[in-house]
Design a protein around this ligand. Structure first.
Ligand code: AKB
Length: 315
């Protein structure tokens, strides 16, 4: 199986690519991004500069490397998407269409695309499952609903195997997230370690579903390898934990006692956070392909502080 990972230099790609290369072989995982500097510093060959909004550039990679599976990570996240809607449209909608059309045209085996809790909105009832009311209020959320619906459509109409995880906020220490509403849950650790203080951009009672990167990587591999006959939907909720900003502050202070937290809600990001569910129901992923998260708030906090301190303080 030969993979192309788009948007490979982002938070998830930076950690997923080494895992894929370890499992399937370095030369079977081609990485692409528009950020050539990061492409060259983060990954070994095979790596290609390719823009998902330019169909020909992706087609060239598919042909040159004889790709079977696209893992489509290139996306503009929620907060950045609200600041630059036309960019979000081009990357998240036009880029998505290019990927699906290319996969159909070249008869690829699979397209794997992360979705997000951003598909939900204020009308969604608490703790939604995989099939729930989806009336998102951000362009990012709208583009992820489109991703899921088009994915299902291509699966039913053309037999293209499109599948993905509906991810909550992703916490990790190796590469920073960018442009998301939930990024405070990562930034707080950087600031706690380097400055002993952090100003949260949400209220202390803001509670959101989250997941730690090792669980994300495990879920990717499990769902990529899951037998299609076992899947009862194309996009699956997965959640590792759910905590409020205040609970995160307290968890960090257990290990960094002089950590000070302040709260200055940013109207845009607070509104987005308030429109998302506090927890999501991932029963179906547990039942269909054996999903089990291993990381909770306490365990993740210890691991984040240990690894991030080593990385940041050695510089
Ligand atoms: C964001 O905050 O935009 C992302 C997401 C939940 O998809 N982290």
């Amino acid at each position: 199986m030969k993979f192309l990972v788009t948007g490979a230099c982002g938070q998830i790609g930076s950690e997923l690519v080494p895992v894929l290369r370890q499992r399937y072989g370095r030369y079977n995982v081609v990485v692409s991004d528009i950020d050539t500097t990061r492409l060259m510093t983060v990954f070994d060959e095979p790596s290609v500069k390719a823009d998902v909004t330019i169909r020909k550039e992706i087609e060239n990679v598919i042909e040159a490397y004889d790709i079977d599976v696209i893992i489509h990570l290139a996306a503009i996240l929620s907060a950045r998407g609200e600041e630059n809607p036309s960019l979000a449209w081009r990357v998240n909608v036009e880029g998505l269409y290019n990927i699906l059309e290319i996969a159909r045209e070249y008869d690829l085996d699979m397209v794997f695309i992360p979705s997000s809790i951003a598909v939900y909105g204020p009308e969604t009832p608490d703790n939604p499952g995989d099939i729930a009311i989806m009336r998102p209020k951000t362009l990012y959320g709208i583009s992820k609903v489109l991703t899921e619906l088009l994915g299902e459509y291509y699966y039913m109409k053309y037999g293209l195997d499109v599948r993905g995880l509906r991810l909550p906020g992703v916490i990790s220490w190796k590469a920073k997230p960018g442009g998301g509403t939930t990024d405070y849950a990562v930034e707080a650790f950087y600031h706690a370690i380097l400055r002993r203080e952090y100003v949260f951009w949400v209220r202390p009672d803001t509670r959101l579903p989250m997941i730690y990167m090792p669980d994300v990587l495990k879920a990717f591999i499990q769902l990529i390898e899951a037998d299609d006959n076992k899947l009862t939907v194309r996009f699956y909720n997965v959640q590792g934990m759910s905590f409020s900003a205040k609970e995160l502050e307290e968890a960090i202070r257990k290990y960094i006692p002089d950590f000070k937290a302040y709260y200055k809600p940013d109207p845009l990001r607070q509104k987005i956070a308030d429109s998302w569910p506090k927890t999501i129901d991932d029963t179906r992923a547990r039942r269909d392909w054996g999903w089990r998260p291993e990381w909770d708030l306490e365990k993740m906090t210890v691991d984040m502080i240990e690894n991030l301190s080593k990385m940041l303080l050695k510089q």
